[in-house]
Design a protein around this ligand. Sequence first.
Ligand code: GNR
Ligand code: NI
Length: 175
Amino acid sequence: MIRPLVLLPDPVLRELSKPLERVDDDVRKLADDMLETMYDAPGIGLAAIQIGEPLRMLVIDLAKEDEPKAPQVFINPQIEARGDGVSVYEEGCLSIPDYYAEVQRPDTVSVRYLDRDGTERTVEADGLLATCLQHEIDHLNGVLFIDHISKLKRDMVVRKFKKLARERPPSRLAG
Ligand code: GNR
Ligand code: NI
């Protein structure tokens, strides 16, 4: 099921997501909803809080349009180590539509997580996967990519989205 996206400045995006206690069929169903919502958007990653579920879970698919889908589910992800180098990437966020800005992050991360079968795994990520994992894990902690840009730029984008939210009815009433 495609679920509505939570948009800036909804305070839900600032919530601290809670660890999952088990990986069962309900969790896998949520992962499928997240993937469906991400593909529909379309985006390359999605955290559960972006569909209003404050749980420590995220999905990523970095396959290009002409490649087969490559969905990945990360449950209770933890950054175990960060590289010394810095990578700069122009980031966007499905919760902040049509806004993009360069963000600096560690160029590599080692992430421990449970997959959709509940198996513990570790990924050594670099490139776009490293950036995307850090962007999504930030969401689990109520952090947005605009928190990594200048205050001037951040204030501008927050003001714009507050104005848009005033002009738009709550999504629950949309349609
Ligand atoms: O679709 C997305 N693209 C993206 C581009 C650069 C860095 C991070 C991302 S994640 C984003 C989807 C999203 O908002 N995930 O939380
Ligand atoms: Ni995002």
